[in-house]
Design a protein around this ligand. Structure first.
Ligand code: SAJ
Length: 414
């Protein structure tokens, strides 16, 4: 049914998805607005870090099934996986989706399927269809022609975990929400080309809300753990021991407190719900505020530890970890970065240990990147911001250090 598809956006989701289709024999045109991305992929290499992906891209480009391009071309299905960040006031910014609609509209033809994969506020798929309809008055769309529309439109969110994208793309279930039943059927048939999980069909609005709900569920649960860490600090209780004890209850499963919530999904998506239903989304809104406040709280703890050394001005701080979560190299939207930058702005000398990078980012360029052992050795205060496995071996050394702020419970785990 689908011999040729077009993937708009070749980032963390678009590229692996395009590649999996190509690896199953579908001809894929991958479209990205960044020339460097297009050139890199066409030379059989990748521009992102994701296990297993480079070999797959190399093979797909070599055998001619995957080709990157700056512009879309006629195909049977168009998949859109572009960013949906938020703008001023935590309002969703759909401009990338609008641009994608503008790019594919000229090449759309009767019988096509358009699938939106980007995390989106409820109603975005209907909006996408309106943009396409406005650009192509010669074609009919679901809002007016329903099941008989020339072009069918569906929503199908990605839900893969960075670092395990290839495996999860294949094995996770997919939620598919067509604007019509026909759109859902077409999208199910499309994804079944490589998805081994179930393709579960619903309507577009429910599918959009489902993606936002999954990440909000996690955000609210992390906020619960983070709030407990503040309460326990105030009441002089070890939060790690408390959580371990409470989790012995068969129906309790508290997540892990940390320095805050990072990444580009969990700290963003709940705002789309808050924006759509501000009066009702009180818990989801509060969870966001609790998690966003956590880096400040860690900074207060570091300030207290510095004060206790008696060298308020000159004390140096070892920062263990910059990534947004353990055992990855991704520093984007990382609370650990936020904390390191704030300490740096205060004029603190930092000893930064981040085993997954070779160079500190420009905002910390004048600070030293050293081994974890050296950082602990040199600093007056140590703050542990990421529970990288590589730090586990240093527990004894850390326990001997006079001033440690452990935001992730590393010392309580082993
Ligand atoms: N975190 C904690 N405590 C925990 C768990 C996580 O503080 O107990 C922090 C992490 O350190 C990190 C942040 O939360 O800063 C997010 O990490 P994560 O591992 O929970 O999630 P992501 O952002 O890597 O990926 C999430 C996943 N969503 C869910 O698990 C519901 C993934 O399946 C989604 O596909 C992805 O968001 C996405 O793209 O939306």
């Amino acid at each position: 049914m689908f011999d040729h598809i077009c993937m708009i956006g070749l980032g963390y989701i678009g590229l692996p998805t395009a590649t999996l289709f190509a690896s199953r024999g579908v001809r894929v045109t991958g479209v990205d607005v960044v020339p460097h991305v297009v050139e890199t992929i066409n030379s059989g290499r990748i521009h992102i870090v994701e296990p297993e992906l480079d070999g797959l891209v190399h093979a797909a480009v070599n055998d001619g099934h995957l080709r990157a391009s700056l512009t879309p071309e006629p195909a049977q299905a168009f998949l859109i996986a572009v960013p949906t960040p938020f703008k001023e006031g935590h309002r969703p910014d759909l401009s990338y989706i609008e641009a994608a609609a503008g790019a594919i509209a000229p090449v759309l033809a009767q019988g096509n399927l358009v699938v939106l994969e980007s995390t989106s506020p409820v109603g975005a798929t209907e909006q996408l269809a309106r943009w396409l309809a406005a650009a192509r008055p010669d074609l009919s769309f679901p809002a007016t022609a329903g099941e008989q529309a020339d072009v069918q439109v569906a929503y199908c969110p990605e839900r893969v975990l960075p670092g395990q994208v290839v495996r999860e793309l294949v094995s996770n279930d997919r939620v598919i929400g067509g604007l019509t039943k026909r759109a859902s059927d077409m999208a199910s048939a499309l994804y079944q080309v490589f998805v081994q999980g179930q393709c579960v069909v619903t309507n577009a609005r429910t599918a959009e809300m489902c993606k936002l709900t999954e990440n909000s569920f996690r955000d609210v649960n992390i906020a619960f753990a983070n709030e407990l860490s503040l309460i326990c600090d105030r009441l002089d209780i070890d939060v790690w021991e408390l959580i371990a004890l409470a989790n012995r209850h068969p129906r309790v499963n508290i997540l892990t407190p940390g320095p805050g919530v990072g990444g580009h999904c969990i700290a963003v998506d709940p705002w789309f719900i808050v924006d759509s239903a501000p009066e009702q989304a009180r818990l989801i809104h509060t969870a966001r505020l609790v998690n966003d406040h956590k880096p400040e709280w860690v900074l207060e703890r570091v300030a207290r530890a510095v004060e206790a050394t008696g060298q308020r001005e000159s004390a140096s701080v070892a920062v263990l970890g910059l990534a947004f979560k353990p055992d990855i190299d991704d520093l984007r939207e990382s609370p650990a970065m936020q904390i390191a930058q704030a300490l740096s702005r205060q004029g603190r000398t930092l000893w930064i240990a981040e085993p997954h990078i070779e160079q500190v980012p420009p905002s910390l360029a004048h600070q030293a990147l050293v081994s974890p052992a050296e950082a602990i050795e040199r600093a007056d205060v140590v703050v542990i911001l990421v529970a990288h496995q590589a730090f586990g071996a240093l527990r004894e050394r850390l326990r001997r250090h006079a001033a440690v702020v452990d935001a992730v419970g590393l010392l309580r785990r082993g």
